[in-house]
Structure formats: C-alpha cells, structure tokens
Design a binder for this molecule. Sequence first.
Ligand code: SF4
Length: 699
Amino acid sequence: MPVKTTCPYCGVGCGVVADRDADGKVTVSGDREHPANFGRLCSKGSALAETIGLEGRLLAPLMNGQPATWDDALDHVAGQFARIIREHGPDAVAFYVSGQLLTEDYYVVNKLSKGFVGTANIDTNSRLCMASSVVGHKRAFGSDTVPGCYEDLEQADLLVLVGSNSAWCHPILHQRMLAAKEKNPACRIVVIDPRRTATCEGADLHLPLRAGSDVMLFNGLLAYLAGNNVIDRDFVGNVTSGVADALAQVAGQTVARTAGACGLTEGTLELFFDWFARTERVVTLYSQGVNQSTSGVDKVNAIINCHLLTGRIGRPGMGPFSLTGQPNAMGGREVGGLANQLAAHMDLENAAHRDIVQRFWRAPVMAEKGGLKAVDMFDAIADGRIKAVWIMSTNPVVSLPDADRVRAALDACELVVVSDCMRHTDTTRHAHVLLPALAWGEKDGTVTNSERRISRQRPFLPPPGEARADWRIVCDVARRMGYAGFDYAAAAEVFREHAELSGFENGGRRDFDISALATCDDQAYEALEPVQWPVTRDAPSGTARMFETPHFFTPDHKARFVAVKPRAARNATSRDYPLVLNTGRVRDQWHTMTRTGKTARLLSHIFEPYAEFHPEDARMAGVKHDGLARLTSPWGKMIARVVVTSEQRRGCVFVPMHWNEEFAGAGRVNALVNPAVDPLSGQPESKHTPVKADPFRPK
Ligand code: SF4
C-alpha cells in the first residue's frame, strides 16, 4: 500500500508517496496532492529510497562502545541525570536536539527539560538555521509568525531573494517560482547575494552586495521609499508604530551612499529600488545569508520595515518570507524547543505563561529563565558547568561553529548520551551511551514547513533492530526519573496534548493555535491532511495567510518598525586573515551527509569539499584551479579542492558545510567558523569568518 509521508530534508516540506513491494523494495514519488510540491521532488527527495538501507545504522543500545540492553542503558541515563541534578542542580544537564525531530519528539523532550528537570538548557540545531527570524518576527509582529504562504510566491510580480540560494537549498519552491515567472511575464526575480549562485540563472537582476551589508541595503531602500512617497499612509498610521524612529535612522541615506557601502553600482541598486517601489505585489524571501549573522535579527527587521512602510503584508502576493532550512525547524518553534521559549509560543520569562504550562503539564518545577543557546551550551560543557548532555538526531561536532572546541567539550564531558539512527558520526564517537532511534520511513508524527503547514510523516518500514521512536526514548528515561505525565501510548497522544496546550489563552497572543486538532482521534490523526496553522474552530481548514486583518500580536495590536543601525561583522578581515569565509550547502547533499552521502547518484554531483575563490584572490593566495588549498582561521583549519570562478565576489571564499573528518582527513569547515553570535538570537555568524589560504601539497 502506498504511504503518504513528508520529505525529511529541507523546510519546503514536500509530500512523498512511498511504496514498498512484496520483496520489500521501496520506491518514492512526489505526492501530487501535497500543496507544497504537487508531485515534484528535487534530486535529494527523489533519491530517498536509496538512503533507507540499514548499513551504518545503530540498531541496539551501546554503553562505552559495548552492547547493552535497553533497560541497562535507560537505567544508567536516568540514574546519572538524576544524580547530577541532585548534586549540581538542574542547569548541570542539557539537551541538544534537532530540526530533524518530529514535533511529537520535540514536545516531549522540551516538557521533560523545562517542566520536570527544571532547566531551559535545551537548544536545537535550528538555532543555526532560523533563530534570527524568530526574534525579528517577535520584534515586528509580537509573535513568531510567518505571514504568508507558498501561493504568494506565485501571485507576486517581484520576488526578492536575499541570502538564499533557493535553486539548491529549496529546489521545489524555486521551481515553483520559475514556473510562476514563466506564466506571468510581468514577474521579476532579484537575487541579493555576494555570490553568483545557481539561483541567479533565472533572475532578472543580481546584486552581489558586500558580505554583511544587508542592513545598509534595506535601510537604503526604506529611505528611498520614504523619499519617493511610496508609503501606505493608512496602514502605517493605523496599524504600525515606530515609523518616525525607523525613518530618522535612515535619514539622508542616499542611493549613492548605500551603493558605496554595499559595494554595488549606483545604477543597479537604483534599478532594484525602483522595481520595489513600483511593484505592489512583492515577496521578499530570506534565508541563511540573512539569519546566520551577528546582525541577523536586524537584517530581518530591516526587510520587514520596507514591507510595513508599503503596507505589503497580509495580502496575496506580498510580504516578508523567512525560508526555514530544516524539515521541522518550524515545529520545534511551536513546541518551544529553543532555550528561550516555552511551549505553544508562550514566553519562558512571562510568569503567567509559565503558570499555564506548569499547571497543564502538572509539572513539579518550571524553568524560569532562558537557558544556554547552542554555542554557549557547548562552552558550558567545555568548562564543566554542564556535566551531562543528551544529543538527539544531530551532529554538532561537524555542524557547530568552532567545531574543534565542540569536540573537545564532548571529550571532557562527564556523560554524553546520543540518540541517533546512525552508528558512526563524528558526534556518536564521543558518546558514553548510544541509543538507537528510528529513521525516516520508520518514524510516525508531524513536521511543519516554512509556510506553517503541518504534514504527517508516516512509517512504511518496520522498526529495525531495537530502534525506538525518539519521543518514546525520552519517556522511558523520564519515567525512570520518577516523573508522571510520560505515559503516551502513541505519537497521536502526544500530538493531542500539544494541540490542546496551544488553545490556552496566553494574554491575547494565540498566534500558534491548533486547538481544533486537540480532539482528533487516532484515525483522524492517521488521516491528517497537510494543514496550515492556526487551525481553530473558526478556521478548521487552517489559515493560508496571517494578518489579512492587520491585527498583530503586540499589546496594542500594531506592527512595530524597528530602527536598525548597520553594524560590521564581529570579526573583521586583517592582513593575516584577508578573506571572508562564507559557508553553505550544495544541491545534492544534506547537512553532515549521514543519509545523502550513502548514494552514489547524489555524490556524483560534488563528491569532495571545495573552496570557491575569485580569480584575483586565487592569484594572491597562490592557489590554482583543481589544486588543493589549506584554509586557516584563528579557530581551525581544513584542506579543500580549489575552484576558481568569477562568480565568487572578490575577497570572499565559499566552502560547503557537509563534509566531515572522515573525508580523507580534510577537516570540517565549521572548525574554522568563528563562534560569534547575534546578541539577540544567539545565531552563529556562519557567513563571515576571516581566513587565509595557501597552497597545500600532500606529502
Ligand atoms: Fe525534499 Fe526539500 Fe527537495 Fe522538497 S525541495 S524534495 S522537501 S529536499
């Protein structure tokens, strides 16, 4: 029987139909009825069947590398967590989780951490993906709300892609944009990115701005719009606040000054400003080039300011649009899976919200302040403040910045528990206890994509070996620690509890509300169709677009302009480190390659780590196309194949983030990446590390 499920890779959240024949052979195809992809799949999605073999899987618990029974492993984890909490307090333990987890997994581990252990030291690799957008949304709208939907991209006359190589990183959405442009000759696409990426191929204009100058550019646009009277005065006057401060911040910022600061020609910049000013239906999409910055939150608000000034939000074909990187980055936000959030979009630092959640969970304690965000969490592990960490479905030894320090931190940690579906990753190597988790195709639950659409991940394979669902492993440990409230029989029960909590009144801030799903029985959960939240009694089929009635979630229900001041990246280039390292993804690999690295088809696209140099930078560094270069930053080093291309902006080097230590000892690019973070979001600056390059000749 074909099973409808959801792709486990990017935040587009495409529907997949998986079919398993009598011999157990699985084929996958795009789900024609899924509103994210209407049957299409990209290269990664269409290769899913090649990644589900059991080679490399973790199939039974291990303790110190030796096979163990589930009972022994769980008793050990629960006993050691309880002892460390008793001796050192709840903040001596931490959970580092993942946007790969299903919402049900995320909900349960967040409940255990904040409501029962009593620590907010739970953070997620989604911190690396969209934390800046969360804070930007909350500053502007009073809630973490993505206003629009994918259909808006097809209704727009101008699509502005900022810091987003959507052709490679959100391929199906990119194909939808190109198809819409094909149908609508008036539609233009503008790409704002220091690199000339594959996304530029279908674009009308590429602005190769100076790395990190996005705030300057959107402040310049705000000044241009105001100067040319492109202002929706009713909207600004009636439903926003703070416009005077925002405009005062950009007063006198001319096109010439903006172009100079952004390293662009005046004519090109003015063309973009003019298109933006003249086009009513504009969607501005942004991704990691905006978020992964020490000014990430300000960049988000600089973009949103331009949409507020023109009133272009909450209507078809317009609005700011944050593209999430991971399949369930959005679901993690719903359940409060970040160190500074509570469940159901409630605030950890709001006593009334804490009270609601604590009563609902019948929790003995409740964390009262934000916990340590990802980078700070691993610093606290390194210096011994955190003595036990449980890492779920993620590989921080490859993916976090200053990755050698992360590795050293795990080496020094008293107890490292890793639950994962893979036996050998750079992170599992450091685990004292390894707990086998289910993988895609075996898991049962929900994920939420970039347009707030909740979709089911359904199992079509039997659980292999002794692997268990992540939510069940968490419950097994929680019960052994003596906590009540972790007796769920199935993922559907977790989902109903999560949905019920979302319906509680939280001071007029019911942006995330799926309470209409709280009464779904097991059959209805099984059959749940993709649906966009909020899903309420008034909107039982979900909500495509937010703020159609411009009623925001701030106390006065007005959207906020935020006056943002351009700031330089935290670590500047120097004579010793003259190049800016920018990291990102390639088309056919996902994260640290634990799944996509299994298929020859996907590896044939790009099979080794490479560094893209501008020809002049390559000449200065003495590195040659197809040769090898050693890249060094103050934090670490690696070896990469040299690609010399004029598509790279002068002064910048691009290196993909996927490859791990095992690849010919080349090293991980995140070992070089500086651990500087945005002061508000804690999101690392993965796009701006000063590095140097020199030729490398193997001995
Ligand atoms: Fe999967 Fe993203 Fe490709 Fe869709 S676009 S098939 S969600 S990787």
